[in-house]
Each structure stands twice: as structure tokens, then as C-alpha cells.
Design a protein around this ligand. Structure first.
Ligand code: FE
Length: 172
């Protein structure tokens, strides 16, 4: 019996999320009113396999694998799917979890849903512009919010602040 690995993986994900295949495929269509909407095939072409898995399939990267986990330079973290600015470096902290962590997103840029997968009730967070899955938010974060936005580095693109301050030096 030849089981296609991709199909099998999708079925496993659907079961773990407690969703039927119909609900999952409906979620991939333009049901949600996000400003940026694309078909599954369009996202697949636009994103790397890792980005697609996390952003569009609610995947989780392995802990301690994101280079952004160790980055604390000033700058902005944007959505790897649509480019929306999501978090600022000032709100990033070391949670020692192995995932980039922030105590708050930029106002209005992150939405949330209840995630009942893996026998837990967690709050899933996603980009408010494209619906791309980012990670989860927990109540054990530092002041001032007490929140910990535990974010997959794969779903973020970091833009360092100095990119806009070196224009006077370059005379080309
Ligand atoms: Fe986005």
C-alpha cells in the first residue's frame, strides 16, 4: 500500500487539530476576511517549505533552531508571509524556551484564536493581515503585560534599525 507522505501528514495534522478535512480546506480558502488572501498553491510558491508549514499549516519549528531566538538588536519583526510589521525589538525578551518571545505585539497587528490541539487549550496567534500562524501566547510573561508571545522564528523577518541610518555615508 502506497501512502503519500504528504497526504498522511495532512491527515495527522487535521486529527490533532480536531478539525475535519473540509474545515481545514475551507480555512485555506477565502473564508476569513484577511486583507491578504491567497490560495494554498500561491502560498506554496511564495514561501519556503518551512515557512509554509508554520504559517499556513500551523506547524511549530523545533526549539532553539531559529537564529532570531538569539537576536536582540534594535529593529522590527515583520510577517514572513505578507511583510506586516508585527513586533518591535524593545518588546523582545529571553524566555529561555528556544523560541523568539515578546511581551506584546504592535497594536492590532496580531489576532488570536483558541487552539485545542494536542490535548491542551492554548491561544494561537496569527498575523492580522494574512492570517499566517505565528505561535501561541501564554500568561507567564514578564512585565508590563505578563504575556509571553512564543513565536516561530520562521514566521518572522527581522529588519535591523540601522538599515535606515547609514544613508549619509553611502555616496553612490
Ligand atoms: Fe502576514
Amino acid at each position: 500500500m502506497n501512502i503519500d507522505r504528504r497526504t498522511f501528514g495532512f491527515g495527522t495534522l487535521a486529527v490533532s487539530l480536531g478539525l475535519s478535512a473540509a474545515e481545514l480546506s475551507a480555512g485555506e480558502k477565502k473564508v476569513m476576511n484577511f486583507e491578504v488572501t491567497k490560495t494554498e498553491e500561491e502560498w506554496r510558491k511564495l514561501l519556503t517549505p518551512e515557512e509554509f508549514y508554520v504559517l499556513r499549516k500551523h506547524g511549530t519549528e523545533r526549539a532553539h533552531t531559529s537564529p532570531l531566538d538569539k537576536v536582540y538588536d534594535p529593529g522590527i519583526y515583520k510577517c514572513a508571509g505578507c511583510g506586516q510589521e508585527l513586533f518591535t525589538a524593545e518588546t523582545k525578551f529571553n524566555s529561555r524556551t528556544g523560541w523568539p518571545s515578546f511581551y506584546t505585539p504592535i497594536d492590532g497587528k496580531v489576532g488570536s484564536t483558541t487552539d485545542r490541539s494536542f490535548f491542551m487549550v492554548r491561544t494561537e496567534v496569527h498575523c492580522s493581515r494574512c492570517g499566517g500562524h505565528l505561535g501561541h501566547v501564554f500568561n507567564d510573561g514578564p512585565k508590563p503585560t505578563g504575556l509571553r508571545y512564543c513565536i516561530n522564528g520562521v514566521s518572522l523577518k527581522f529588519e535591523p534599525a540601522e538599515a535606515s541610518s547609514s544613508t549619509e555615508q553611502s555616496g553612490s
